[in-house]
Design a protein around this ligand. Structure first.
Ligand code: 3UK
Length: 519
């Protein structure tokens, strides 16, 4: 057995996270709260089974992909585990992306079914004719156009009995797309046992998650982070999940907390920053978690002063499914990512893969059985990242003498913006398409709270006196073709970009201009 969970070879994650709760007597316990709606574990199981039967009716087989483009509602876990229960493989898609991104995900994954929330259907219409493998679109939470099927009508006609597919504990279970600095996003293949491993390690041993917890993740379910917080941690212990379908503004988040009274709260650093500026209560919450990018230490202190609550910062990744290095309750170092989560191992290595000494910066490698098997159809990238048992995070880290890990940037140019990847390359390729742009370069620059946002350096074909108007025009240009969070928050116009003798842009000089304005 490659992992130490003692799972049987014949294992299906939907049986573990859904049916087991029924066998253990939780049929009448609340599994999901969403706005004014509540679903018991019994109702959740029925919904999962109906969805699985609906896929059977559409002739979906084991191993085929089922793409989910869904808001955070009670439909999400039903579709996710309904697919898994029949051995099909849900692919969770980021709802903030643009139509051409979805064309890529759907054709790359070869998903045969797409389940889309009615308000998101407009993201699919422009590329519908380019979808080479999707044979049926199911519309959730609203009307379906001719040719598509209404999910509620389809599932209402199905039985609530469904046999679990005979999957192996090492079968593919779900995919998430992860972006890289160059090339296309990578379909990251997670196995049936991965969610169990993350629950047993981070979920139980860091969060101490219990049956009476109520989990509210402002980070959406389509992120690896939100998927654990809102689906497999709560269902792994028979707890209750709280979903917010709307955009997680501080007001929406505080209102949800007041209404549904979570005990565990999960957010990204930018949200904590916004919540510190807004009115609200956290009175029901026992513990807060931050991940996605480094949490400014100042937020931890201000949060503690205002609410008397700790925020646990921890680093996780799509490839590892969830958090593998974290601060612990009662053991928090503001500004650090904390210590290794039991069940994982971490190394910081130099270029020759030898371990560095404490204080020295190196590349962070991590080992643990929630690691993805590989990337779909990306052999070289899989080889570079999945190094046997060790996964290369691409992060630069150092460890202090006490064993706390500190983030020190990336080994590629990738940026984390509001906890989500932005590839400077992608923003540059977009900007260069503007007729006035001769050359450009994008780097990360700190905002007033020291959180990173994209900044562009642009050389115009003809110098413009009205730079502010041009800045707005270029920002709008990026916003119109890329996901909103990717646009450059600042644009600086230069006469030329600093380059090496071989013509490569000297990004470090651009960074110096930002961090040391005198340079
Ligand atoms: C960075 C952090 C400093 C780091 C994620 C929790 O973020 C998640 O997954 P992604 O694949 O990105 C992974 C990368 O993000 N990062 C994440 N957390 C931190 N850097 N401090 C942190 N606390 O570069 C990492 O390699 O989007 C987070 C759980 C599951 C996740 N997938």
């Amino acid at each position: 057995m490659p992992h130490n969970l003692n799972l049987p070879e014949a294992f299906n994650a939907a049986d573990y996270f859904i049916d087991r709760n029924i066998r253990e007597g939780r049929a009448d316990k609340t599994a999901v709260l969403c706005e004014e709606r509540a679903l018991t574990y019994g109702q959740l199981r029925d919904g999962v089974n109906r969805f699985g039967n609906a896929l059977h009716a559409l002739d979906i087989r084991m191993e085929e992909r089922v793409a989910l483009l869904l808001l955070d509602t009670e439909i999400y876990p039903q579709a996710f585990f309904g697919a898994i229960k029949i051995g099909a493989v849900p692919v969770c898609l980021n709802t903030m992306n643009r139509p051409k991104d979805f064309e890529y995900y759907l054709n790359d994954s070869r998903a045969r079914v797409l389940v889309v929330d009615a308000p998101l259907l407009e993201l699919i219409e422009p590329i519908r004719k380019n979808l080479r493998f999707v044979k049926q679109i199911l519309v959730a939470n609203g009307d379906a156009p001719a040719g598509d099927l209404n999910l509620a009508e389809l599932t209402a006609a199905q039985s609530t009995d469904l046999e679990t597919a005979p999957t192996n504990c090492d079968d593919a279970c779900f995919w998430l797309y992860s972006s890289g600095s160059t090339g296309s996003p990578k379909g990251t293949i997670h196995l049936q046992h991965d969610m169990v491993y993350a629950t047993e390690t981070y979920g139980k041993q860091v969060l101490g998650i219990r049956e009476d917890d109520r989990c509210f993740s402002a980070a959406k379910l389509f992120f690896a982070y939100g998927l654990g917080n809102g689906i497999y941690f709560p269902f792994g212990v028979g707890a209750t999940a709280i979903y917010l379908p709307k955009r997680p503004t501080p007001d929406q988040v505080y209102a949800t907390i007041r209404h549904h009274r979570p005990t565990l709260f999960f957010g990204v650093p930018t949200l904590y920053g916004q919540m510190l500026e807004a009115e609200g209560t956290m009175s029901s919450v026992r513990l807060c978690v931050s991940a996605g990018e480094a949490l400014p230490g100042d937020y931890i202190n201000r949060w503690k002063t205002r609410f008397g609550l700790d925020i646990l910062d921890g680093i996780g990744s799509t490839e590892m499914a969830h958090i593998f290095i974290s601060n612990f309750p009662g053991d928090i170092r503001a500004g650090s990512s904390g210590k290794v989560v039991p069940g994982y191992e971490a190394r910081i290595v130099s270029e020759d893969l030898s371990d560095v000494v404490p204080g020295e910066i190196g590349t962070l490698l991590v080992k643990g059985d929630s690691a993805a098997a590989c990337y779909w159809n990306k052999h070289q990238k899989s080889r570079q990242t999945m190094m046997g048992h060790w996964i290369n995070t691409g992060d630069k880290y150092f460890q202090d003498e006490q064993g706390y890990f500190y983030c020190a940037g990336r080994s590629d140019d990738m940026l984390k913006v509001g906890g989500i990847w932005v590839s400077p390359n992608e923003v540059e390729s977009c900007l260069i398409q503007h007729p006035e742009v001769l050359e450009c370069a994008v780097i990360g620059a700190p905002d007033e709270d020291n959180l990173i946002k994209p900044m562009a350096f642009v050389v115009l074909k003809t110098p413009q006196p009205a730079q502010e108007a041009m800045e707005t025009e270029l920002q709008d240009f990026v916003k119109s073709s890329l996901a909103l969070y990717k646009y450059p928050r600042w644009i600086r116009f230069l006469d030329e970009l600093p380059k090496t003798a071989t013509g490569k842009i000297k990004r470090f000089e651009l960074r110096n201009m930002v961090y040391d304005p005198a340079a």
